[in-house]
Design a protein around this ligand. Sequence first.
Ligand SMILES: *[C@@H]1O[C@H](CO)[C@@H](O)[C@H](O)[C@H]1NC(C)=O
Ligand SMILES: *[C@@H]1O[C@H](CO)[C@@H](O)[C@H](O)[C@H]1NC(C)=O
Ligand SMILES: *[C@@H]1O[C@H](CO)[C@@H](O)[C@H](O)[C@H]1NC(C)=O
Ligand SMILES: *[C@@H]1O[C@H](CO)[C@@H](O)[C@H](O)[C@H]1NC(C)=O
Ligand SMILES: *[C@@H]1O[C@H](CO)[C@@H](O)[C@H](O)[C@H]1NC(C)=O
Ligand SMILES: *[C@@H]1O[C@H](CO)[C@@H](O)[C@H](O)[C@H]1NC(C)=O
Ligand SMILES: *[C@@H]1O[C@H](CO)[C@@H](O)[C@H](O)[C@H]1NC(C)=O
Ligand SMILES: *[C@@H]1O[C@H](CO)[C@@H](O)[C@H](O)[C@H]1NC(C)=O
Length: 417
Amino acid sequence: MAQILVLLHLALFFLSYFPAHVGSQTSFPSQIAPLAIRSPYFNCWNNVAPGKAHNWPGFWNQQGLGWVGHIRVDGQVYEWLGGGDPTFNFTTQLDLQVTPTRTIYSLQAGPHMGLNITFLTPIESDPVKQSLPFIYVYLDAHSLDGLPHDVQVYVDITAEWSSGNRSANVTWKSTKTDTSTYHQVKLQSPTPLTELADQAEDTTTYIAMRSGPSMSFTVAPEESSRSGFAAGALPNPVLETSGAINNPVWAFAIAVDLGNITQTAQSVVWSLGIVRNPTVAYRTSTGSVVDRAPYFVVQYSDVESAIDAFLLDSDDARQRAVALDTQILGDSSNTSVTCSSLVSIAARQTLGATELTVANGTDGKWNTSDVMMFMKDVGNSGYVRDIQIIAQVLTVSIEVGSTQWKRSMRLFRFSST
Ligand SMILES: *[C@@H]1O[C@H](CO)[C@@H](O)[C@H](O)[C@H]1NC(C)=O
Ligand SMILES: *[C@@H]1O[C@H](CO)[C@@H](O)[C@H](O)[C@H]1NC(C)=O
Ligand SMILES: *[C@@H]1O[C@H](CO)[C@@H](O)[C@H](O)[C@H]1NC(C)=O
Ligand SMILES: *[C@@H]1O[C@H](CO)[C@@H](O)[C@H](O)[C@H]1NC(C)=O
Ligand SMILES: *[C@@H]1O[C@H](CO)[C@@H](O)[C@H](O)[C@H]1NC(C)=O
Ligand SMILES: *[C@@H]1O[C@H](CO)[C@@H](O)[C@H](O)[C@H]1NC(C)=O
Ligand SMILES: *[C@@H]1O[C@H](CO)[C@@H](O)[C@H](O)[C@H]1NC(C)=O
Ligand SMILES: *[C@@H]1O[C@H](CO)[C@@H](O)[C@H](O)[C@H]1NC(C)=O
């Protein structure tokens, strides 16, 4: 996976041609910030229009994706992520930092509670970790007046992540083990290796958290899930296990009661994921078509064990991310603030357009000598385009082996060392 670092260094090299001016790293200049940029089909941005406090997070093509974060402080609810629901108060944004791997909001929830929310899209040198299609959301809260306050926190997603067709039907399932608690949701009738409105029609979406005594979870229509949390307890999960994405809009929620605290002793961590398997149908030079799986299958035979490992790794993953950010921003900070910002967004954007895959060997085992990464052209329109052009320039410059096109995918072959 040295190639990934090569790619980042090429990004720095390329960006060094931008007009530079001296400055120090400061807050991110834009309100539009990456939240979850893990693959071409797991590509979510915070899409806050100028002058508007909140707006629905969106897919790279700006189609809205239901994703809500609430905090309840002494019985009063504040929205820190979501579409700006007037039923609730909003947090005040104090600062926004975007690094190569992280987007960090510093917020205030009412007069007494400070809040840091960190959206972490890992960039890993270990190919198994790099191919895990999950991201972290860390929440850290601290009292501003030194007194304890009664705090509960909440995140939900809707099934809009599951299809480009908002009236399609989905099925879902909730699981709680000693290690993890998660909801999974997918199309009732998925279509393999097919897109609709840029979204994949063959995904399983996950929202997960490590199991704990003060955690609760539900599946319910979105209003009832959020108003239940506001009133002090999530509603019981519905008995149904399927329904239309948008009628009603189902919410898949996980909440934690932190009790009376002056600050969170450790971060509250949610994870979101979008899993596809097979990832791609690849036409070989002999003309046969071979399905390829996400690379993490070489270590985790099922998604459940991958989720457990990902959640248990949340502290170490953040440390690795901070180290990588420091290295990349250290390399680029001498050019300009704009350059640091571009590098920050380019790293995630570039790797977030890729998928790392492995194929079955002739012996029926995963062939770790047959590893390929695919890059999809996300951004023929909309706000990701400019960075994507940079990514395309990079792709051209680092292509190894033969170039082949399949649909709009550009292929380059990896050695597995
Ligand atoms: C927002 O907060 C203010 C002040 O705490 C409170 O009076 C108001 O009712 C809240 N609004 C909503 C919609 O909760
Ligand atoms: C939140 O972020 C601010 C600014 O980076 C930092 O000073 C503060 O210590 C953080 N608080 C917590 C609880 O992590
Ligand atoms: C969307 O889903 C609905 C309900 O299943 C179906 O009737 C409609 O044809 C679908 N639209 C597309 C574009 O697939
Ligand atoms: C979609 O789900 C609804 C509600 O469960 C059901 O009435 C309808 O028949 C389903 N439609 C399809 C195409 O399966
Ligand atoms: C937190 O403090 C409030 C007010 O002192 C009290 O009513 C509430 O029961 C406490 N909650 C917990 C979980 O201890
Ligand atoms: C790999 O082989 C296994 C066992 O034969 C099979 O279940 C799986 O679908 C294959 N995966 C791909 C991506 O071809
Ligand atoms: C940054 O610039 C300063 C002053 O020009 C120089 O001394 C320093 O070595 C540079 N650092 C890096 C990492 O290039
Ligand atoms: C694994 O892949 C390599 C590279 O494509 C190939 O040379 C080798 O024959 C494959 N091994 C098996 C067991 O399929």
